[in-house]
Design a protein around this ligand. Structure first.
Ligand code: ADP
Ligand code: MG
Length: 236
């Protein structure tokens, strides 16, 4: 069966506190990592313990890093920009990771696509989160196919993988913070993506079939200038 999910409103959970907390955690974390590395390099025994400490510190680092992208809308810069160019850039950044995992990213980008009113850095963050998930869903390789087309007053971008799919019990919770099925996941990527799409007056829809693959559709208003965005104080 096909599971369909549209969710662009669920996500007003994280407070301003979370964003500033993330900044506050980064600094002590960096020094903890540095000193742990130093101790490990001097240790003759128990290197395993230091490795475990470094792995766990890195995990905190990843979570805090994802959290900090939530703080970025504060510096949001909306203007008309080319989706093709953003996708091209993101794909070139992720291609290395894809090749390592036997994944090809096929970008069937439509050259006639109109520019979209958006915050380029935020949209790129969404593309990165979704394409990474697609790559990670195919541990033994496959294709990620990206298409973009105009649909009336919207642009629709689809990211399709041939991966493991998402089970019903997970689908209904997607978008909740820290929901992850991965050993090194943060469970923040989708939540952040939903939030950014909400900021753009757009939507994110997930269609997934177990053992066949997942397609994520992003819909963005072309003329998002007219979209009423929540005030910054509500964003964080
Ligand atoms: P993370 O990738 O850190 O686990 P995300 O918020 O990006 O966090 O994704 C949450 C969960 O949603 C993943 O752990 C995975 O179970 C599921 N998921 C997301 N995208 C896909 C996909 N393309 N294919 C299969 N599962 C997915
Ligand atoms: Mg992810």
């Amino acid at each position: 069966a096909e599971d369909i999910l549209v969710r662009s409103e669920k996500l007003s959970i994280l407070g301003q506190l979370a964003a500033s907390l993330a900044h506050e955690i980064r600094n002590p974390l960096t020094s903890l990592k540095g000193f742990t590395q130093l101790l490990k390099s001097k240790a003759k025994e128990d290197v395993f313990y230091y490795d475990t400490m470094l792995t766990e510190l890195e995990r905190i680092n990843l979570i805090v890093g994802d959290f900090m992208t939530l703080a970025k809308p504060q510096l949001a810069q909306f203007e008309y920009g080319s989706i093709n160019r953003m996708l091209e850039h993101v794909v070139s950044v992720l291609n290395h990771q894809a090749v390592m995992m036997n994944v090809s990213i096929v970008s069937k980008v439509n050259k006639k696509l109109p520019d979209v009113y958006c915050d380029e850095n935020q949209l790129k963050q969404v593309f990165i989160n979704l394409i990474k998930n697609a790559i990670e869903a195919m541990p033994s390789g496959g294709n990620v196919v990206i298409t973009a087309e105009q649909n009336g007053e919207h642009v629709s971008i689809k990211i399709k993988d041939q991966g493991e799919g998402i089970s019903d019990s997970i689908v209904e919770k997607l978008g909740e913070p820290f929901l992850t099925t991965k050993s090194n996941g943060t469970g923040l990527g989708l939540m952040i993506s939903y939030r950014i799409m909400e900021q753009h007056g757009g939507s994110l829809t997930i269609r997934s079939e177990l053992h066949k693959g997942t397609t994520i559709e992003l819909r963005l208003p072309i003329d998002g200038k007219r979209v009423k965005r929540p005030p910054v104080s509500q964003l964080l």
